[in-house]
Design a protein around this ligand. Structure first.
Ligand code: ARG
Length: 587
């Protein structure tokens, strides 16, 4: 479905072609001077040299050609030869009707679809999630929605951090607390008790305890390191414990993520690819790309023209263990064997840029991936009011669960202040508070281009005014209640006509949906969708203020405007859903 700007480009292209000029000169874009006309074409200026004619003369011919060929356009020539274009009300109306009839409200699909894997979330077993994990989850979830909507075959994977030193730390700490458990016996071979010996609360307690002790006492840290190595080498009791830790963590994570409205296809982790590591290492050695250095196997990835020295990737440490980068390489292998994706996106903070550069280059050297098939989708930090990375009052990293609870509390308070939700029962109100809190958190994050750092201001995020998630929900709910009221009066949306400038402006906004989605897709950046839905809400507000709907006496006009409202709501909810935001029915 071509946009209005593309439709106009085709018409102007014909006019240029009629003068034996390149039709590409007819490209029409949204105007930089919307006060003069909504669309413009600068082709006459660009054509002047080749045509050997002054631009105004060319512009005059284009205008004359279109006067006959496209009487639906009003064309003005400005300055040295700019063409200012105003479509007729009929053209707008035809466009609006097409959008209203389309279940996707004008959004197309990508030309060629791919198998895309998205690796995001990335929480670590037993360690609390922090805001970095939140950013990854929110951005990654939006990208999976957008990529799917545009036609790609998407598989998302949470890629749990479940294979590092923290596992050994948990094991030793649990051993100190409950030495009688069967798992610590080196001769343990099962049976595996079905019930986990720990709860998620235990894990949340054990890890910080172990970590603190390890910092104070090197012997203690060494014990954890040894336990980690034995776990990785396959010690049965430790493997059984690992499985318990992972299961307990996944159950808790599933709850947190489902409250946030974020979903993953795969709940795999680093530990799942352990068995692939020996073969992987052999492959690197056989290809001659791994070399022995101080007892460790490394892969050199630096290039001559690098601006900054990139350290070699450590494939096997001098102590014989696999590290973070090794598991990432093994995961690429696993994904290739199971899904064979054309593209893998890693939504991870930009602090890990070197890590991914090392992994990607090593993957190419090891024949695991082609150039361009692996992409690090980077994002910046969330800062406190002091401009430094966000910390809790006690100075620790922020926990996701606390943050969500805080957002909900403020959402409840804001709803009460605004006198919203008064007619709802307690459960329904809590559901609205959840939606408002999620909208606040997600929109605050996604409205920035992802590499931009932003300051965390919960009060502003949950406000119903300004460029916020709750403002958008409020707009959507306002239209829903209008639609309900209309239905109650037996009114139905009718064919759309366009007369007022606010109606034309709203149609132009609606028409920009596909372009916004494509920008989000191409830049892997959901902020373009945020811009679109926000602009759409504002255009709707201006329209609603200038063009009364229910009080309008003319039946046709009333139904046309109701049609525009229905179309706006449909696209607004669709756009919001692509940034993971759900609007309540009422509030
Ligand atoms: N667990 C990692 C962390 O907390 C993030 C994982 C990112 N994904 C990956 N494939 N390395 O830093």
């Amino acid at each position: 479905m071509t946009r209005l700007a593309d439709q106009l480009s085709a018409l102007l292209g014909d006019a240029f072609a009629a003068m034996e000029l390149n039709p590409a000169l007819g490209r029409v874009s949204e105007s930089d001077r919307p006060d003069l006309a909504p669309y413009q074409c600068n082709g006459a200026l660009a054509a002047a040299k080749a045509a050997g004619k002054p631009p105004r003369v060319i512009a005059e011919s284009v205008k004359a050609h279109l006067a006959a060929a496209a009487p639906d356009l009003d064309i003005e020539i400005a300055g040295p030869g700019f063409l200012n274009i105003t479509p007729s009300p009929q053209l707008y109306a035809a466009r609006a009707r097409l959008l209203a009839d389309d279940p996707r409200t004008g959004a197309g699909q990508v030309d060629s679809t791919q198998k895309v894997m998205i690796d995001f979330g990335g929480p670590n077993v037993a360690k609390p999630m922090h805001v970095g994990h939140l950013r990854s989850s929110v951005i990654g979830d939006s990208l999976q929605r957008v990529f799917r909507f545009l036609g790609h075959e998407v598989t998302s994977d949470i890629h749990l951090g479940d294979w590092g030193l923290q596992m050994g730390q948990l094991i030793t700490e649990l051993e100190d607390e409950q030495p009688d458990l069967p798992y610590f016996d080196a001769a343990f071979t099962g049976p595996y008790p079905e019930h986990a010996p720990v709860t998620i609360e235990d894990l949340a307690r054990l890890y910080p305890q172990a970590s603190a002790k390890g910092k104070e006492d090197p012997a203690r840290q060494e014990r954890s390191r040894k336990a980690t190595a034995e776990l990785q080498a396959g010690r049965a009791g430790y493997r059984a414990l690992l499985r318990h830790f992972i299961n307990v963590s996944i159950a808790a994570l599933k709850e947190d993520f489902s409250a946030l409205g974020v979903d993953f296809d795969l709940w795999k982790g680093e530990s799942d690819v352990n068995d692939l590591i020996p073969g992987l290492v052999e492959n690197f050695k056989a290809r001659g790309v791994a070399e022995l250095s101080d007892g460790a196997w490394i892969v050199r990835v630096a290039r001559e023209d690098d601006k900054k020295e990139l350290a070699p990737l450590i494939l096997v440490s001098s102590q014989g263990s696999a590290l973070y980068a090794t598991t990432d390489l093994a995961t690429i292998l696993d994904r290739r064997e199971s899904i064979d994706p054309d593209l893998i996106l890693y939504v991870v903070d930009l602090g890990q840029s070197d890590h991914f550069e090392q992994v990607f280059r090593a993957a190419v050297k090891g024949g695991l991936a082609g150039e361009g098939g692996l992409e690090h989708v980077k994002f910046g930090t969330v800062n406190g009011p002091d401009g430094k990375r966000l910390r809790t009052r006690a100075g620790g990293t922020f926990r996701l669960a606390d943050l969500i609870e805080e957002a909900r509390e403020r959402a409840r308070a804001r709803l009460a202040e605004a006198g919203l939700g008064e007619t709802l029962d307690a459960d329904a109100l809590e559901d609205v508070a959840r939606k408002v809190a999620n909208a606040a958190i997600k929109f605050a994050d996604l409205q920035n281009y992802r590499t931009t750092n932003y300051i965390f201001e919960m009060d502003r995020f949950v406000s119903f005014e300004g460029k916020t998630g709750p403002y958008l929900l409020y707009q959507a709910v306002r239209i829903k209640s209008l639609m309900r009221k209309a239905a109650g009066e037996g009114l139905e949306p009718g064919p759309i006509s366009v007369a007022a400038p606010e109606e034309a402006a709203l149609v132009r906004r609606l028409d920009g949906f596909h372009a916004a989605l494509m920008r989000a897709h191409d830049d892997r950046a959901p902020n373009h969708i945020c811009e679109h839905v926000y602009g759409l809400s504002q255009a709707f507000s201006s329209f609603y203020a200038a063009c009364p709907i229910l009080p309008e006496k003319d039946e046709g006009l009333r139904r046309s405007r109701l049609g525009l409202a229905a179309l706006t709501l449909k696209q607004l909810e669709l756009g919001l859903s692509l940034i993971g935001i759900e609007a309540p029915e009422q509030m």
